[in-house]
Ligand binder design. Sequence first.
Ligand code: CMC
Length: 429
Amino acid sequence: MSDDAILILGDEQYRFPVREGTEGERAIDIQDLRARTGYVTLDPGYANTGSCRSAITFIDGEQGILRYRGIPIEQFEREPNFVEAAWLLIFGHLPNPEEYKTFSENLTACANLDESMKHHFEGFPRSAPPMAILSAMINALSCFHPEYFELEDKDHFRCAAAGLISKIRTIAAYAYRHSIGQPYIYPNPALRYVPNFLHMMFSQPYAEHECDPIVRDAINLVLLLHADHEQNCSTSTVRMVGSSQANLFASCAAGVCALWGPLHGGANVAVLQMLEQIHQGRISPEEYVRLAKDRDSKVRLMGFGHRVYKNFDPRARMLGKVAERLLPTLGVRDPLLDIARRLEEIALEDPYFVDRQLYPNVDFYSGIIMRAVGIPTNMFTVMFAIGRLPGWIAHWWEQSQTQGSKIARPRQLYVGPGFTDHVPKDERM
Ligand code: CMC
């Protein structure tokens, strides 16, 4: 009782219970606010709104902490394994050897697309943005797999999840092959998740792509670090669409669309464009930072800042280290890495960024890594989507299993015209 929050509205006092999360986070439970007071809350951008209880990912933005199911993200660095992290996020614990083996086999078994899906790819212009293709094709998957419309139990859900996690990489690779006018390469059942993806991206009918273990580990880490980030824009979208009981595929297709925007997943492309611009000498790093600080310019330092992190994004720290290691090992000398370091240096010493607690985020270095291994820039956000998919699936499932889960339907504060009569067409000025 003493922990209740008290709201005073005129002469009335209302008490609302305070709920506490496992890490001591506190939330005022206002579920019956409108019913009791007639008021709603106003929180554009939902920066102060907890939309659900979730047991998947914990972030402490002030301290730069990110944990999947309680495990600090840094502990995945030594042997990065995206498939293992996907299982962990979705099913709540690290897979035992039997679970891992079965899940890997499911992924292998599901990698092919229905042959007639190829016609869909053909219908897109070569220049189609891969994120548009990805979203459309994930939605199209539901037409080919109506057996997953209604998920009866956990086993059924596991098959749907494995199917989607496996097929997204085939769709992504086919979208790329279509864009460059090259034949689709079928998945190879002998290969693991990441090498199989790179095989479909880069092999030729007459020449097999060989995946360097260093590249395999780097891409595993990139995907793993993107795998979940609690209630971000795309995950909230998946939850919102899923709250209407839309199927898993439709909900995740919507997540891809949300991720596409430059303030979210699309930032990894925008970072590269920014670095290229500086590299081509069109603007200096100092001038770019000056513009990013100028409110009238609309320019932002891409890959900097985060809604939740008010300290270093731990993912950026880890990816920065990977970039430093990977490029020399591959014999890649990328001037964009030097430019990124220079921008970071300038920004971290500038009171504008310091005062606003703007630090590099996950997108700042991921593009440099992907570029070094030959992933083209227009596929960067697709890579983010492949990585984020387990998170979307985990949240969709968590929500669907939550007793009393409701359709997501926020309120608003109406600020439009008052009662206005309709004017017949011929009487209008
Ligand atoms: N460059 C310059 N100024 C910035 C930046 C930036 N990157 N980010 C925030 N600010 C300023 C902003 O102008 C505002 O200043 P003021 O207080 O004077 O009005 C202040 O910092 C707070 O910014 P905000 O836009 O209110 O913060 P937000 O929490 O709504 O936005 C963000 C978070 C990530 C959208 C924003 O920082 C941003 O646009 N960053 C660049 C895009 C980017 O890198 N996005 C990837 C995010 S991480 C991956 C993901 O989760 O998708």
